[in-house]
Design a protein around this ligand. Structure first.
Ligand code: G3P
Ligand code: CA
Length: 257
């Protein structure tokens, strides 16, 4: 990464490993999460849904078709059916046998370790159960719940204010900087807690937006970085929290404040 002018304050970015490290291992599997942890990710990002029989499992898509050897909607399959699927074989034979993780499994795997779980709710109506499992594992200070659904974010926050929350936005992001700042202000008004983040897609980023958030003490995370040059530019502009498929690029990269 580039050299910085003299007297520039630099710090490491907060690196969020998007679905693990999908550039090197199958997404949303223990193999991918463990690799993210070994590479030094600060956060591991996961996607949460509920099975037909009420268990919380990790899956990005609403069906298991793309990432496993099975078919069908997560919500139409039981935990037992989902656990029989192979979530690694499509990525490569060396990952054959990887299972679809349960939420409980990842909580227990990283409990007390130096990493935060960035838990995205991909379904509504699961907030209570998610929080209950987090509390049962004593991990309220090690998890951040995020969602594209603002009601879900608000509900999670109201159920357990100690748990950090993040509001995701991408589609419908205002194209003007003024519009983006207004969007940010709405979240800032809501988030009287410091444990709140406003997380936006890469395309909605600008130096002004990053600076605005930082000046208000609010962390913002942004996805999904898959291009090294673009990432370097955004880090030079002060990006604090990249959510990336390439944790391996980032764990010793500085950002400028
Ligand atoms: O962390 C935010 C990002 O994961 C949202 O997009 O589609 O990858 O879940 P998606
Ligand atoms: Ca996600």
């Amino acid at each position: 990464f580039s050299q910085y002018p003299e007297n520039t304050i630099v710090q490491r970015p907060i690196v969020a490993a998007h679905r693990g490290v999908p550039s090197l291992a199958p997404e949303n599997t223990m193999a991918g999460y463990d690799l993210a942890y070994e590479l030094g990710a600060d956060m591991i990002e996961t996607d949460l849904q509920r099975t037909k029989d009420g268990h919380l499992v990790i899956m990005h898509d609403y069906t298991v078709d793309r990432t496993t050897n099975g078919t069908g909607a997560v919500s139409s399959l039981t935990l037992e059916e989902i656990r029989q699927l192979d979530a690694g074989i499509k990525f490569g034979p060396e990952f054959e046998g990887e299972k679809v993780p349960t939420f409980r499994e990842i909580l227990q795997a990283y409990k007390g370790k130096d990493v935060v779980l960035l838990v995205e709710l991909k379904a509504t109506g699961i907030e209570e159960q998610v929080i209950e499992e987090i509390e049962q594992e004593g991990m309220t200070n090690q998890v951040l719940i995020q969602s594209f659904n603002l009601s879900s974010v608000v509900k999670s926050h109201e159920l357990k204010p100690e748990i950090g929350v993040g509001y995701l936005f991408s589609s419908g992001v205002p194209s003007t900087t003024e519009g983006k700042l207004k969007n940010a202000q709405q979240m800032l008004n809501y988030a009287s807690t410091v444990n709140a983040t406003l997380n936006s897609s890469y395309g909605s980023l600008s130096k002004e937006f990053i600076t605005y958030m930082r000046q208000r003490g609010m962390t913002s995370l942004h996805w999904t970085f898959r291009n090294e040059q673009a990432l370097e530019k955004q880090l030079l502009d002060g990006l604090i929290g990249p959510i990336t498929d390439y944790t391996q690029w980032l764990t010793d990269a500085p950002i400028r404040l």
